[in-house]
Ligand binder design. Structure first.
Ligand code: PAF
Length: 297
């Protein structure tokens, strides 16, 4: 496995692999890698012949009072995971390499960037869209892999690739959860043992939403209220948002008539956690979509 920090070297190594006829898979990350990232790498391994992982804590997607400085940085453990999972190349650039002096071009995916997390984190998705487009241009993979846990991010990247004619396939892989349902996230490291116990409330709220839908409830304001009640009754939990939206437009839906995305952001101590689930009405069947609420986690 090669570990490189420059764009020139990265391009050179990938070009050689491409010349050998290999298909390039790409997993962009901010490091602090866990099983969720490992599942993306495994998907890339299955589908492509040369797997690139980027590790870059992107400063432009953090607000001024957010956790950029203390975001977990665990390079040795990350390299070990990448090695174990058969990654071919790790691209780990400096901030100066990605944003040299004079940098002044930004990518905005309007509308989709302004709702859900975009409302409480202004500028976040501008930073994400910009760095992801840069990374896709640097690596030029055949397929790039993202996690469904960041559902809004995944939706924005699909739109960006479509709108800007980026010739890359985007795969969105299922959320990986702990045994008690907590979605894996690098930010789970911020939780105290007690907050960690309470953090299952996100998953429990999403399950409750699906149960209500299973019982025939279609009114999203009633479903949303039950999720809010559960979260606000949890010690130490502060609700950022709980919404039920159209998975494509990310706009709120009033009635569940087809698959709808329940999305949550909750603060617990110094951690802001997000989670989501596609709510499927009993009568609706979506090819390829597995309803996690009906799984036996
Ligand atoms: O999901 C992440 O880890 C980041 O937002 C990404 C896509 C690597 C961009 O910095």
């Amino acid at each position: 496995m090669q570990i490189v920090a420059t764009i020139t070297e990265t391009r050179c190594i990938i070009q050689k692999a491409r010349n050998e006829g290999r298909r390039i898979g790409f997993v962009p990350t901010m490091g602090a890698l866990h099983e969720g990232h490992a599942s993306l790498i495994r998907a890339a391994r299955r589908e492509t012949d040369f797997v690139v992982v980027s590790i870059f804590v992107n400063p432009t997607q953090f607000g001024p009072n957010e956790d950029y400085q203390r975001y977990p940085r665990t390079p040795e453990a990350d390299w070990a995971l990448c090695r174990r999972e058969g990654v071919d190349l790790v691209f780990s650039p400096s901030v100066e390499e990605m944003y040299p002096p004079g940098f002044c071009t930004w990518v905005e995916v309007t509308r989709l960037q302004d709702v859900l997390c975009g409302r409480s984190r202004p500028g976040h998705f501008r930073g994400v869209a910009t760095v992801v487009l840069k990374l896709l241009n640097i690596v030029q993979p055949d397929i790039a892999y993202f996690g469904q846990k960041d559902a809004q991010q995944a939706r924005i990247i699909r739109q960006l690739v479509h709108d800007l004619n980026v010739p890359i396939e985007i795969r969105v892989c299922p959320i990986v959860r702990e045994a008690d349902g907590l979605a894996l996230s690098s930010r789970n490291a911020y939780l105290s043992p007690q907050e960690r116990q309470h953090a299952t409330v996100l998953y429990r709220a999403l399950q409750l939403a699906q149960e209500l839908v299973n019982q025939g409830e279609c009114d999203t304001s009633r479903i949303r209220q039950r999720m809010v009640d559960l979260i606000t009754a949890t010690p130490g939990a502060t609700l950022d948002y709980a919404e039920i939206v159209d998975p494509e437009t990310l706009q709120p839906v009033a009635q569940i008539t087809g698959p709808a995305l329940a999305a949550l952001a909750v603060r617990l101590g110094s951690a802001r956690l997000i989670d989501n689930q596609l709510l499927i009405p009993q009568t609706s069947s979506v090819p390829g979509v597995r309803n996690e609420a009906q799984s036996d986690i």
